[in-house]
Design a binder for this molecule. Structure first.
Ligand SMILES: [Cu+2]
Length: 341
């Protein structure tokens, strides 16, 4: 018996610790809807908190009454029988009307929040940005489609950004938990949403509609900076990339990239070169981005080497299928890609 209890106590301790760690991990999450950084996310978080409090009070009331009745009216003798009732109209009407009224209030608050964060209700017209869902990465177009970027969504603080969403394959969902609720991204159809924040920072986004093998690694980042920084960034990515110096490692990498045998140009575009493929992300300014491969990897030398050495090992089923490259080729290609600021 004692052995049995000590075993259960240990199991309980493990469970409690696991739950506590889980809760703590939730608190420090980069995708926490209860840690809003925009007016829209604040509205959603407030609605959630309000409904949660109402639900918690009802839970306590119902469970409290349940426990009270179980203890108060339990059978005390073997031959004791409860009094028999056949309906109580007053009571039944009461417990139907009160929950119905509570639901009407919850419904009203929900409709109000939906209108406030809804796609048709940005506080003002702002900067138009187009976002296209791919398997499994996000294309971001600025300046009327003249700038094609990927996975990083730059926005200036204090300004509305109007986003048009569409998909080139299956249904995805665009979600930035700290800034805005989910919006479906549907092929052959344009949905709208918007972003607005007063807090500079980087916010994690996520595809929130199962879309295939690498759905969980279809991430993105919203980079919110001052208007001046945003303008400077936009000017950089509107310009053609700098040509690598003749004879440099980057120049060798460019040659490898443009060699049709290596297939890169069939899937990627780099402005000002013969690479005009559209299956993969536009790499014209890849070196100015924070991440690659749907933000599975940060943008840096080590990760470029890792990715080019075997995209399928890093992101199984990824649509980047290439012939194996030698370590020298990978190194040169990485140098070239890092030069594309
Ligand atoms: Cu997706």
């Amino acid at each position: 018996m004692i052995l049995f209890w000590s075993k259960w106590k240990r199991r309980c301790a493990v469970l409690v610790t696991a739950l506590a760690l889980f809760a703590l991990a939730g608190c420090s999450s980069t995708q926490n809807i209860l840690e809003p950084f925009s007016p829209a996310a604040e509205e959603s978080a407030n609605l959630f908190t309000g409904i949660f409090i109402v639900a918690a009070l009802i839970f306590l009331l119902v469970e409290g009454l349940l426990i009270f009745f179980v203890l108060r009216y339990q059978r005390r003798a073997a031959d004791e029988h409860p009094e028999q009732y056949h309906g109580n109209t007053k009571l039944e009407v009461t417990w139907t009307i009160i929950p119905a009224l509570i639901l009407v209030v919850v419904f009203a608050f929900t409709i109000r929040t939906m209108a406030q964060v809804g796609p048709t209700n940005p506080p003002a017209q702002g900067i138009p940005v187009k976002v296209i869902g791919h398997q499994w990465w996000w294309e971001v177009q600025y300046d009327d489609g003249k700038v094609k970027y990927a996975n990083d969504l730059h926005i200036p603080v204090g300004q509305v950004v109007n986003i048009e969403l569409t998909s080139e394959n299956v249904i995805h969902s665009f979600w930035v938990p700290k800034l805005m609720g989910k919006t479906d991204v549907v092929p052959g159809h344009t949905n709208k949403t918007w972003l607005y924040t007063n807090h500079p920072g980087t916010y994690d986004g996520q595809c929130a509609e199962f879309c295939g093998a690498q759905h969980a690694n279809m991430l993105f980042k919203v980079v919110a900076s001052s208007r001046a920084e945003y303008d400077a960034w936009l000017k950089d990515v509107q310009a053609p990339p700098v040509e690598p110096a003749a004879g440099s490692l980057a120049a060798q990498g460019k040659e490898i990239f443009l060699d049709p045998q290596n297939l890169c140009i069939g899937c990627h575009t780099i402005d000002g070169t013969k690479a005009v493929g559209v299956t993969g992300p536009n790499l014209t300014h890849v070196a100015s981005r924070t991440c690659i491969a749907g933000c599975l990897l940060d943008f840096n030398h080590a990760n470029l080497v890792k990715w080019l050495s075997s995209p399928q090992a890093v992101k199984p089923n990824s649509l980047m299928k290439i012939n194996p490259l030698t370590p020298d080729q990978v190194n040169a290609l990485s140098a070239y890609l890092e030069s594309l600021k």
